[in-house]
Design a protein around this ligand. Structure first.
Ligand code: BES
Ligand code: MN
Ligand code: ZN
Length: 466
């Protein structure tokens, strides 16, 4: 998407609220042709595609950042269908004068351009919008930020959409190295032997069930002259078959997306670096595949961890928390982390609790939780914090090992979260379970089918607002 300070086109799209009676609108309204209902259009174009389009934004008192993103996303899709890549936009002052909502105009339009075409022989042509607006000086700065942040979400989507026969720990690490070459993000990749030297026994136990060797990927963006940094950790299962607790075909078919948490970490670092946000941030990914093999962990095994805590593996399909236990402990002890936020496609229970479009949060720190919740709202990534009570902490205790990776009895998104908390060593920590919103079967609001890149906008906004 491009932003033009000058109007280059004879196509004007007036985006208007319901009940706006200015200009032609009164006539159109009286003739019942257009009343401004959400996502409705009235086009008055000549054969060259020049003229005026009205686009409805619904009721003025109902508009908010999320709806602005969604409606402008649909407008972008409409312009693609109409083959109108160059448009001049007018935007109601309520949106243009609101610092959050005006950015959403671009966030919505730009996200309409996303396609994942890599494996299609007849690739759909890329549709790239060029947009000018009234009072462009008002809008230019928010466009520049949005451009990088949305691109960060696209980076995450592209990683998640890659199938697991193409994206596995080794190729994932190589692609991340490639993405950040010639940038201010440095990437360290640790192979199996180095992971063993670090003592990451839980991570390695999961990884050894696959022929594809694991990688620990550490990305450092350190613009400030100090050692301390925020750490963002992402679940990086490039495939989750369930292991010996094997999933059904239907439950497995989208499990290439089990690295979506880590892709959000990569996408956020991409955006932070491109914008040049002045915060030290380190990303950590323990990348592995959860597979079946003679060397794979089995249901009932008791394993160790980098922290030394013993874990009963009562379900090999609860593998994410095993890899994250070591990744979070590494962040808490080997790095100079001040705060840790992890993102993970961790539990089906998060979907059961909150539905498919909402992220579940668990945290040990109210201030950090509130800051991330605020960022998720501004990032249009709905997130809800779940509680953790003493009864939940009892549930994760093991019978023969110290912790149980798969407690029974419900509350699975909570027990998975506080399992991770055990490895954060008391640092302020937030866990985001993105099992639902990370990957969708069909387009939803402003998101496409497949990978959503969820988490990128929340992380970016949280860190940029510090
Ligand atoms: N990767 C899955 C969680 C998941 C499920 C993500 C559906 C996206 C969509 C995770 O590794 C898993 O299998 N969790 C188990 C945990 C259980 C065995 C305690 C689950 O949710 O069933
Ligand atoms: Mn699993
Ligand atoms: Zn998993």
């Amino acid at each position: 998407m491009k932003f033009s300070k000058e109007q280059l086109t004879a196509v004007t799209v007036h985006t208007v609220f319901e009940g706006d009676q200015s200009g032609d609108l009164q006539q159109l309204h009286n003739r019942k042709l257009f009343s401004g209902k959400p996502n409705t259009t009235y086009a008055m174009l000549n054969v060259s595609g020049e003229g005026t389009i009205y686009y409805g934004l619904g009721k003025e008192d109902e508009i908010n950042p999320y709806l602005t993103t969604t409606y402008f996303h649909h407008l972008g899709k409409y312009l693609e269908k109409m083959n109108l890549p160059n448009v001049h936009l007018t935007i109601p002052s309520k949106i243009q004068e609101d610092s959050e909502m005006k950015a959403k105009v671009f966030e919505g339009l730009y996200q309409a351009e996303y396609k994942y075409n890599e494996f299609k022989k007849s690739k759909k042509e890329a549709f790239e919008l060029t947009v000018s607006v009234e009072r462009p000086d008002d809008m230019e700065a928010s466009f520049i930020t949005v451009e990088h942040v949305v691109k960060g979400a696209f980076v995450a989507r592209d990683f998640v959409n890659q199938p697991s026969n193409q994206l596995y720990p080794e190729t994932y690490a190589a692609q991340i190295v490639d993405l950040f070459k010639d940038t201010n993000v440095s990437v360290e990749v640790y192979d199996e032997k180095q992971i063993e030297e670090l003592g990451m026994e839980a991570f390695l136990t999961v990884a050894k069930g696959s022929n594809r060797a694991p990688r620990l990927i550490v990305m450092k963006y350190m613009p400030l002259d100090q050692e301390e940094h925020i750490t963002i950790v992402g679940k990086g299962m490039t495939y989750d078959s369930g292991g010996y607790a094997i999933k059904s075909t239907a439950g497995m078919v989208n499990m290439k997306s089990d690295m979506a948490g880590s892709a959000a970490v990569v996408g956020a670092l991409y955006a932070l670096e491109k914008v040049g946000v002045q915060q030290n941030v380190v990303g950590v990914i323990a990348a592995a595949e959860n597979m079946i093999d003679g060397k794979a962990m089995k249901n009932g095994d008791i394993i160790g961890s980098m922290k030394g805590t013993t874990i009963e593996v009562n379900n090999t399909d609860a593998e994410g928390r095993l890899t994250l236990a070591d990744a979070i402990y590494y962040a808490a002890t080997e790095l100079k982390s001040t705060e840790i936020v992890d993102l993970a496609t961790l539990t089906g229970a998060a979907i059961a609790a909150l539905g498919p479009n909402t992220t579940a949060m668990i945290s040990n720190n109210d201030d950090l939780a509130d800051a991330v919740l605020d960022a998720s709202e501004k990032g249009c990534e709905p997130t809800h914090r779940l509680p953790a009570f003493p009864s939940h902490y009892k549930m994760i205790k093991g019978q023969f090992g110290e912790l149980n990776n798969a407690p029974k009895g419900g509350g699975g998104a909570i027990t998975a979260g506080i399992f991770l908390e055990h490895f954060a060593e008391g640092l302020p920590w937030v866990h985001l379970d993105i099992a639902g919103p990370s990957f969708g079967g069909k387009p939803f609001d402003y998101l496409p089918a497949g990978a959503s890149g969820t988490g990128v906008k929340t992380l970016y906004r949280w860190i940029a607002a510090k």
